[in-house]
Design a protein around this ligand. Structure first.
Ligand code: C2O
Ligand code: CU
Ligand code: CU
Length: 446
């Protein structure tokens, strides 16, 4: 077969059905999940870079839903938010169709009533492969989540005012850690093997200080694909929505360790405990064919560290008697920010005026971090989600390519997003007059 035939773009078609069903997170432990195709997470969707992905979503829930393709640089109308499409009503179907232009670890999730729908399981991985990807002995997708369950394995309803306040304020952290929808999984791999593990943090609010029992691992990729070179780490703080691809191994026969979140200090200095997602057992050695090149990718810097900010954004907190706390962007809940022009480099300075962590997420475009608290990062990476620590300031650069329409950015702690920490903005193609009625919404707050 000639090379061009092998790599010619294809159309890949998937069907997803959102519904409610009993899901066994452990033997005899069934939760009333909402998910895609009666599984949590939903099926791993796979395509090759450049393919057209067609996903027909049928909504068999009792409430509307929308599916968002987190990290994919797709046309605005396919982004799966309330800004660009009508929600899919119960019994209805919607067809998403877009090209996947970048290789990497992405995910899809509900973008309607997220704090309930994602919490209950409406999410899954979307993997885009590239013929030039490094070779591993095996690849695994590892979707991390936590569910907040009662003693009888149902989802807690935030009942009284204090709990409601805590959840809307700190985000909903669960008591049940899940890896790919299962509690306390036992994994194994042969000694001598090196595997690619693609981690996705699908939690509503939980930060994961990811560790492989303290073993060093190589970070090879993040939200927008491969890094330029592998980086050796022993832990990585993975915020909600964020991804990290690691090369795990080789390990020695007989070793055991956990895939875990190590203790750290969270928002307001709260102590986060060790949490275990799965145990790993290293079996007898097998020959390896893995090869990790020194040079994985080339990333061109978008702007120098001292590039002047073109926009300043503030994340802050307001009080609300009804919901406990209102999370605000530029003083507004679910506001509308100024438009940006196609081709005009964006340098945004986002200031966190709270004592909490907030994972900043930009839809549809990758950004590069220029500075966090005045420090340039040690390496270049394409990001769509990046944590802003308490009182921190994040400076990013991104380029609006020619995909005009409505987009948004928000905190990926779902309760913060729900109570207002998001803003929409329009990308305008300067060569054509804009028809969008954004003037109706500028400065308008709900
Ligand atoms: Cu995963 Cu609006 O985001
Ligand atoms: Cu997104
Ligand atoms: Cu937040």
């Amino acid at each position: 077969m000639d090379k061009t035939m092998e790599t010619a773009p294809n159309t890949v078609v998937y069907h997803l059905e959102a519904s409610e069903f009993g899901w066994d997170i452990a033997p005899g432990k069934t939760v009333p999940a909402w998910g895609f195709n009666r599984q949590v997470p939903g099926p791993v969707l796979k395509a090759k870079k450049g393919d057209t992905l067609v996903v027909r979503v049928k909504n068999n829930l009792l409430e509307p839903t929308i599916v968002h393709w987190h990290g994919i640089r797709l046309p605005a109308v396919m982004d799966g938010t309330g800004d660009v499409q009508a929600p899919i009503q119960p019994g209805e179907e919607f067809e998403y169709r877009f090209v996947v232009p970048d290789a990497g670890t992405f995910w899809y999730h509900s973008h309607a009533n997220e704090a309930v729908q994602i919490e209950r399981g409406l999410y899954g991985a979307l993997i885009v492969e590239d013929a030039a990807d490094p070779v591993f002995d095996r690849e695994r997708v590892m979707v991390l989540d936590d569910m907040k369950l009662t003693g009888d394995n149902t989802f807690t309803q935030p009942g009284w005012i204090v709990e409601r306040w805590v959840e809307s304020h700190m985000g909903r952290e669960g008591n049940t850690m899940l890896l790919n929808g299962l509690e306390a999984q036992a994994l194994d791999l042969p000694a001598g093997h090196t595997e690619r593990w693609r981690f996705i943090n699908a939690s509503s609010a939980r930060y994961v200080l990811l560790s492989l029992g303290g073993h060093p691992f190589q970070m090879i990729g993040t939200d927008g694909g491969l890094l330029e070179t592998p980086r050796t780490l022993t832990e990585f703080l993975l915020s909600p929505g964020e991804r990290i691809d690691v090369a795990a191994g080789p390990f020695a026969e007989g070793e055991t360790f956990s895939i875990e979140s190590r203790p750290f200090l969270g928002s307001h200095g709260s102590k986060k405990n060790l949490e275990i997602y799965a145990s790993v057992q290293v079996g007898p050695a097998q020959p390896s064919r893995a090869f990790l090149p020194e040079k994985l990718n080339a990333i061109t810097a978008l702007a120098p560290q001292d590039a002047p900010a073109t926009r300043r954004i503030e994340f802050s907190l307001g009080l609300s008697l009804k919901k406990g706390a209102d999370f605000l962007i530029n003083g507004h809940r679910h506001g509308l920010d100024q438009p940006v022009m196609v081709g005009a480099l964006q340098v945004w300075e986002i200031r966190n005026r709270t004592r909490m962590h907030h994972p900043f997420h930009l839809h549809g475009f990758f950004f590069q971090v220029l500075e966090l608290n005045g420090q340039a990062p040690e390496f270049l990476a394409w990001k769509d989600t990046f944590n802003i620590p308490p009182s921190g300031t994040l400076k990013i650069a991104w380029m609006p390519d020619n995909r005009p329409g409505m987009w948004m950015y928000h905190c990926h702690v779902l309760e913060h997003h729900a109570t207002g920490m998001m803003a929409s903005f329009e990308v305008i193609d300067g060569s054509e007059p804009s028809e969008k009625a954004h003037s109706d919404r500028v400065g308008h707050c709900h």
